[in-house]
Write a protein that binds this ligand. Structure first.
Ligand SMILES: Cc1ncc(COP(=O)(O)O)c(C=O)c1O
Length: 421
């Protein structure tokens, strides 16, 4: 059954156009006779020039990488990265205790052991704790750039290189950010991006895997496409050992590719507007004893989706938030640590209680695993719980005017003054 005008009209309806507009659009569409679109990214008239292909090439240019592979989610990007790196039974992968659960669940889904490490005052992976948690089984680290902020990549990469670990960057929440002049996702060995609805750039669902390494790219491509079904020379025998293996299907469709392409075009401008808006507020905020801003490992590279601050303790942070709200500026926090949240490791009972999809308990009971399982417990990363428990979060808007920025900063300063005296 071919897709045509009716399907396109459903998409237009999804955008929310009025009935009247839809009728006018349909009239225009009916005035032209076009063949049905080819919505599969591989094979067919658009091969090598479809929307997904264009989005990949534009993403490569935008973040400065030779290889970007489009996939259907950020989780798929992480799974493809782990598969590309050959991580599986017997391996440990270090993940921070503050990240969306997907960064950790993919390790278990890949049948490897997740080792949960602390975050520091950047709310990203603490290099010191990462180093302390390396064992002979450690194969990789997933450095997550949470809420727009680059992690301490110099330290993380240096420690990883010293121990021969693969560095996978999870850039789901910081697309368009950079560190030391390099775009996030191009600093480690593989960068994983999410284009889900809530991300900096979105295509409804979607993601990208970025790498400089041709072999890793080839293996990610194989994994994301069932078993290398549609690789460039698709019926060829294995060109290099490690190319052919059984994989999943994480292909991006041409419809998501079209949206991703437009979003990538807008990405640099959007991030620079967020950056300017955040800077104006941040520069006006007064830090003092008991009140500080989240550390920026690279202030220039902050993708600036959020302003995060720390109060003296959960009660103090909550009081600051209330004083801000009374003055008309909303903020969120994690003061009540009993409220469930998939971004904080103490709620990852799937991992803490070693729940697995099959009964034999792999990877936690895997005979290939020669290490000692981490002591999984809700209080295993106390610094992470401390930082999060007294953190205050505000989402940044590209629409903030100079006056908005001044008002928000002034409200924060007044609220802090009221609470801390
Ligand atoms: C840090 C992080 N990693 C991975 C993901 C997973 O991305 P997706 O929803 O596209 O699978 C998310 C999504 O929320 C995320 O925030």
């Amino acid at each position: 059954m071919k897709a045509g005008r009716e399907e396109l009209m459903e998409i237009i309806d999804l955008w929310g156009y009025s009935q009247e507009a839809q009728e006018r659009i349909l009239e225009i569409l009916e005035s032209e006779d076009v063949p049905p679109p080819h919505l599969f990214r591989y094979y067919g008239p658009l091969e090598g020039k479809g929307k997904v292909w264009q989005a990949e090439r534009l993403f490569e240019r935008t973040i400065g990488t030779p290889h970007a592979l489009a996939v259907n989610s950020g989780t798929s990007a992480l799974m493809s990265a782990l598969a590309a790196a050959g991580i599986g039974p017997g391996d440990e992968v270090i993940v921070p205790g503050y990240t969306f659960f997907a960064s950790a669940s993919v390790v278990v889904a890949s049948r490897a052991i997740p080792v949960i490490a602390e975050v520091n005052d950047s709310l990203n992976l603490d290099p010191e704790d990462m180093a302390a948690k390396i064992t002979p089984q450690t194969r990789a680290v997933i450095a997550v750039h949470m809420k727009g902020m680059p992690a301490d990549m110099d330290e993380i990469v240096a420690i990883a290189r010293e121990h021969g670990l693969m560095v996978i960057e999870d850039v789901a929440q910081a697309c368009g950010g950079s560190y030391g002049g390099k775009m996030l996702g191009t600093i480690g060995d593989i960068g994983c991006f999410s284009f889900d609805f809530y991300k900096v750039a979105q295509s409804g669902e979607g993601g990208f895997v970025a790498t400089e390494d041709e072999f890793l790219n080839m293996r990610a491509q194989s994994w994301h496409d069932t078993a290398a079904c549609w690789r460039p020379d698709r019926y060829a025998a294995e060109r290099r050992e490690g190319e052919l293996f059984c994989g999943e299907n994480y292909r991006m469709s041409e419809m998501a590719g079209a949206v991703a392409l437009a979003q990538i075009r807008k990405l640099p401008g959007y991030v620079s507007r967020l950056h300017a808006a955040k800077r104006k507020v941040r520069e006006r905020i007064v830090e003092r004893d008991g009140f500080s801003l989240r550390r920026q490992p690279d202030p220039e590279g902050d993708a600036s989706t959020a302003i995060v601050m720390f109060g003296p303790d959960p009660e103090g942070a909550m009081a600051i938030m209330q004083a801000m709200r009374e003055r008309g500026v909303g903020a969120g926090g994690r003061f009540d640590q009993t409220v469930r949240d998939w971004h904080v490791y103490n709620f990852w009972e799937h991992i803490l209680q070693q729940k697995t999809v099959t009964e034999e308990g792999c990877p936690f009971t895997c005979p290939y695993y020669q290490g000692t399982l981490p002591d999984y417990a809700p209080d295993m990363c106390p610094n992470t719980l401390d930082y999060l428990g007294r953190s205050l979060h505000i989402g940044v808007s590209e629409d903030w005017t100079d006056e908005d920025a001044e008002r928000i900063a002034d409200v924060i300063n007044e609220a802090v003054e009221e609470v801390l005296g």
